[in-house]
Structures are given as structure tokens and as C-alpha cells.
Design a protein. Structure first.
Lengths: 146, 166
């Protein structure tokens, strides 16, 4: 897999910490491999929206990668609940179902960005840099637009 | 079955499989199925509800499923890694069907998709007059991939929408 300039937290130079939420173990593993090539650290995983909320409370990750179609509670509802309690939460929706209504609903409820599956590493990398913006740095400089 | 419903599935399978395998794929066969569907390998099933309702079975020959899982996982996967192979087939189904549904929704069809589940029975339910089933066979560098699409228009909701629109 392609290597990318590591994205670090600008406040302490530590790796960006991720929570990955997807009902597919396979998808979680693939996303985990991908963010590790960005220099990130996966600190938690969840398989549905309910677990995502409790894991967010417990871990307070820098970024959540959140699937939409999941059992128990879907990703958009979970994102809304997380952002309601933590307005600075950075949630990126990652789903194969990317029609306009879904994307708009996710963004209106607090998600920062949307990436459609199958995920291309270079696309996710740019989104991570954009979402981290001033709170992230890469080897070449600050996150956004680098 | 109307082509406007089928074409997005063909396009998505082509795009997702070609990207995942990094090689071109082709449609080997396309046929209407009257009899109950017989599973050929590792299969996942996705149900749709809304203006279009029905189910799609995504079915991969065992050998092809193992190769697809290996390619997608980036590590060698063997036939004994049952869970990983099944997970890979479900995730591929999710991606292909999700992308198709995206296209259909953007064309004005509104419906909801449930997460994929493993289709373990040897035989599925028969098609009915209302539920047309089309079987597509895709030839990939790793083996054959089948999609059985059985969808029907939810006429009542379509009519209601037309009435509301005036």
C-alpha cells in the first residue's frame, strides 16, 4: 500500500487517533491499514452506532470514520448524537451509499465530510488533512491544502 | 425487468470489481431466472425497502472468493479463513449494491437498504410474477461472480407520489 507523509496532531506532534465504526470487520481492518499508512493510530473500533457513541465517550478520538448502514443504530443518527454532546467532534462518514440526500443529511447533522466506498487511500488522505486543518500537520507543513 | 433498474448494478459491479482486483472484468452471461436461486459459492444477500423492493444476492465461487479476499485484504487468505472470506464477500456486496443504490436514488427512486447478511441456504425463494429475477455472471481474473437481482416497483407508493405531485 502507498505511503503518505504522516499526519500528526499539531498540538503535540503525536499521531492522529482514530475510532473506526463499521459493521463489517473486513471494512474496519482495511480502513485501519489505510490510516496507519497516514501515520495514524487506531485507538478503537465499533460495529454499530450505539457502540460508536459509548466508544467516543470513552476514547475521545481525534477523528471518527463512520459507516452509515449499520444494525441497531445507523451512522447518521450516531454522528448526530456524538456531535450534540461534543460539537468539536470530527466525524467522516464512509459509506457505499452516497446519494445526495444521504450526504446532505449527514453533513446537516454534524459530519465533517463524506467518502464513498470503495475508499481510495489518496482520497481519504486528503479528506483527513482537510478535516484536521489547523489541528494537523504533515511532514511538509500544516494539514489543509498541503 | 426494466433496464433502468439493472444498468446501475452492472456499472457498479464493473467499477468496484475492477478497482478491487486492478484488472478488467466482463459480463459472461445475463439471464432471467424462473426457478429458485441455487447458491454457487459464498453468498451475501441485501434487502431493499421503499419505492423499489426486493433483494439482491451476491454470490462468488469459493476459489474466486478466496482470491478476492486476499487481494482486498492485502494479505494471503486461505480457504480455511472462513470468516474473513465471508466478510470480504459481504463487504464487496455492500460496496457494489450501495453504489448502485446511490445511482438509482439520484435518478429519483427512494428506498432504504439493509446491511448485507450471509445467504447460507442452498436454494433461495422462487421468483414471482411481481418479483422479476435477473442473474448476471461476471468473469473476473479471479473467477466468476454472480448477482441475482429480484426487484419490483412498489406501485402504491409510486401512485401516491404521483397524486401528491399533482
Amino acid at each position: 500500500m502507498e505511503k503518505f507523509a504522516p499526519v500528526k496532531r499539531s498540538e503535540d506532534g503525536q499521531p492522529v487517533r482514530y475510532l473506526i465504526v463499521d459493521d463489517s470487520v473486513f471494512a474496519r481492518k482495511n480502513l485501519a491499514r489505510m490510516v496507519e499508512t497516514f501515520g495514524g493510530q487506531v485507538i478503537g473500533e465499533a460495529g454499530d452506532g450505539v457502540s460508536a457513541i459509548s466508544e467516543y465517550e470513552r476514547l475521545t478520538p481525534d477523528i471518527v470514520l463512520m459507516d452509515i448502514t449499520m444494525p441497531q443504530m445507523e451512522g447518521i443518527e450516531a454522528a448526530e448524537k456524538i456531535v450534540r454532546d461534543h460539537p468539536s467532534a470530527r466525524i467522516v462518514m464512509v459509506s457505499s451509499v452516497g446519494y445526495q440526500e444521504n450526504i446532505v443529511a449527514a453533513l446537516q447533522r454534524g459530519a465533517r465530510h463524506f467518502v464513498q466506498k470503495p475508499v481510495k487511500p489518496e482520497v481519504l488522505y486528503e479528506v483527513i488533512k482537510y478535516v484536521m486543518r489547523d489541528d494537523g500537520t504533515t511532514a511538509q507543513g500544516t494539514g489543509a491544502g498541503v | 425487468m426494466r433496464m433502468e433498474l439493472i444498468q446501475p448494478f452492472i456499472n457498479s459491479a464493473d467499477a468496484v470489481l475492477a478497482q478491487g482486483l486492478e484488472s478488467p472484468i466482463s459480463i459472461e452471461n445475463l439471464s432471467m431466472e424462473q426457478e429458485a436461486y441455487r447458491r454457487k459459492g459464498i453468498a451475501a444477500e441485501v434487502f431493499l425497502t421503499g419505492e423499489i423492493e426486493g433483494r439482491i444476492i451476491f454470490d462468488v465461487d469459493l476459489g474466486a472468493a478466496v482470491q478476492l479476499a486476499s487481494r482486498l485484504a492485502g494479505v494471503a487468505v486461505s480457504e480455511t479463513d472462513d470468516d474473513l472470506v465471508r466478510e470480504a464477500v459481504c463487504e464487496l456486496a455492500n460496496q457494489i449494491i450501495g453504489n448502485s443504490i446511490t445511482t438509482l436514488n439520484d435518478q429519483g427512486f427512494h428506498f432504504h437498504v439493509r446491511p448485507p447478511t450471509l445467504h447460507t441456504s442452498e436454494q433461495g425463494s422462487k421468483s414471482t410474477e411481481d418479483t422479476e429475477a435477473l442473474v448476471m455472471c461476471f468473469n473476473t481474473s479471479s473467477g466468476n461472480v454472480f448477482m441475482n437481482v429480484a426487484l419490483r416497483y412498489q406501485r402504491r407508493r409510486a401512485v401516491e407520489r404521483a397524486v401528491v405531485a399533482g
